[in-house]
Write a protein that binds this ligand. Structure first.
Ligand code: ZN
Length: 256
């Protein structure tokens, strides 16, 4: 009995010592990933800025490629996620927020808001809210309407700012890395623009790996949609308002 106790102590003491030695390291790791320790980016209002946006995810293969690239370059993007996908891969959304990215709603089941009745839309929004709370612990603060389709009813029923884009890379159509890259690189001045891409395709993720360092090389800050709205457009996104190319490119009043 006594011998056994000794043996147990002989095993336990090194384990405890190792634990004590590693404790500060483990604690610092936990701190790195805790959601209240978001990396803070300083956005310089006097330098050009672009908001990259990725719709339809999270995707188990391609969202991590995009996130790895953003993390490597200390850059941010906005992910408009489908609630039913968030239920499958909540950790990818949490990682996006931890990196200082923004996660917005793209409805629960990618419904066409202009072709659905009020009850269907309301139920979908409720489900999407639930997905956000489960994955991120909060409700969404922005929405991108699937297909960019919005009408009066959709504006009324969605209690969120509706965010369109100003540059469509058509990555969902071409599914081609070079074409997606060219759509951005040949678009001219990108300051203040919201670029539409998707997390569903390998070609889009590869294009993101090229475009993120290229945009930074060109002097653009890569910011979230909310940062772009606040710093470049000096406005807080308002619920029931649809911000489209007319707002981002031509300065039109979105409430008009
Ligand atoms: Zn979509």
């Amino acid at each position: 009995m006594q011998k056994r106790k000794h043996k147990l102590l002989l095993i336990l003491i090194p384990v405890i010592m190792l634990g004590l030695l590693l404790f500060p390291f483990i604690r610092s790791l936990a701190g790195t990933f805790s959601p209240d320790r978001k990396p803070h980016r300083m956005v310089d209002p006097d330098r050009p800025m672009v908001a990259l946006t990725f719709d339809d995810g999270p995707h188990p293969d391609w969202t991590p490629v995009i996130l790895d690239c953003l993390e490597k370059h200390g850059a941010a993007a906005t992910f408009f996620e489908v609630g039913s996908n968030m239920d499958l891969y909540p950790a990818l959304c949490a990682r996006a927020e931890e990196l200082g990215c923004e996660v917005g709603s793209h409805t629960y089941s990618h419904i066409d808001l202009t072709a659905s009745d009020a009850e269907t839309i309301e139920q979908d929004l409720r489900l999407c809210d639930r997905s956000f709370r489960l994955a991120l612990g909060h409700a969404p603060t922005l929405m991108r309407p699937p297909g960019g389709a919005v009408n009066g009813q959709a504006k009324r029923l969605t209690d969120l700012p509706l965010i369109g884009w100003s540059l469509d890379t058509k990555d969902w159509q071409t599914r081609d890395t070079a074409a997606t890259v060219a759509a951005v690189q040949e678009a001219g001045n990108l300051d203040g623009q919201v670029i539409l891409m998707h997390s569903l395709y390998q070609s889009s993720a590869r294009a993101a790996e090229i475009l993120i360092p290229w945009l930074l090389d060109q002097g653009y800050q890569l910011v979230t949609v909310s940062e772009l709205m606040q710093v470049r457009y000096e406005t807080l996104p308002q619920p029931h308002i649809y911000y489209t190319v007319d707002f981002f490119l031509y300065g039109a009043d979105p409430a008009a």
